[in-house]
Design a protein around this ligand. Sequence first.
Ligand SMILES: [Fe+2]
Length: 388
Amino acid sequence: MKQIPVKDLKPDSYCSDDLYLDEEYILLPPEVPVSSELINRLVRWGFLTVWSNGSLSDNPPGGILPVEEGEGGTGQEAPSLVVDAAEQKTLQAVREFFSDLVTFCEKTYSAFLNNQRLNPGTVADKAKEVITAVRLHQPFIFRIQEMDDPRRNYLIVHSAKTAILAAGLGLRLQIPQFKLVDLVTAALLHEIGMIRLPPQLYLSNRVLTPEEKRAITAHPVIAYKTLRSFGFPIPVCLAVLEHHEHMDGSGYPRGLKGDQISVAARIMGICSTYAALTAERPYRPPAEGHTSLLDMMKRAGKWYDEMLLRSLIFMLSLYPIGSYVMLQSGAKGLVVESNPENPRCPVVKILFDDRGHRLKDPILVRTDEGINTIRRALTQKEVEELLG
Ligand SMILES: [Fe+2]
């Protein structure tokens, strides 16, 4: 692939082949024009070059756009097809990235289980990749409910999800890069102390014996001690140690309160809880994202840092990205983007009209508090019935 300077990108121009940020991350397929928003984002993030096997042109590559003509074909349908093609490609890139990330966590947790030394630099490099992926692929990458993988260990998938949410929240809060790398490193490792426990302890909801409870509550301490011995930075170790502390002092292992808990641990506590609530467990189906956030809001200021929880809600919206909802009209769709001005009114991709007919070309709707208001979130059962 050859390098293309970002300054050569022009709004509404096309690249004759996939445009990459680096060897791994696709920015645009050839059928999607370069937008000024994309150029601004690349400049803001400090990227000077992008990569491609193709070349830039003012015209779309021939034969790619299926423009419908004749009866029913107005030509206006093409953009939605393009958006969908680009979205599918991004979602595929997100799925592949997530699967690789889970494999990395699997290897890291297994090494820990086998008493092998972990290399702080290797985990920090992976954390940097997570941050770059979240920068590039938000909001798609926040559809974490779709990423459950029952074939893999719950703790490992959970850690990967938590890292993605923590990276998103850290970027939103404009945490400096070096602190962000520590935060995401900690998120990737935060449950590592639990991996030595028998899975039935963390995969069941039965009442634990006092001894089992002690074993569970020791996991942040075990992780802290081991990571310190491997030379991980102190902020990483502290964030792992404190991820079950609560703002009112009711958490563990030390019963810290408010500002005594590091910001990274407070972010991780919130992201880890949201990821856990919305995940499928052997003893219960996944909780719906909207309900999970409402449950967490009840404990804002008590368990969770209120400002940070609010930021998570603004990032995902109150009907979180990846949730299925019903609008006031009866139409049903998927929440695909948050609304920076109002977390109650995200952007929804309408998939089914008010009579339950699947739309050939889904429509994007910015919901509001009027006619396009969201009536409610769909239950897991309703989603399964809807999608067949
Ligand atoms: Fe934990």
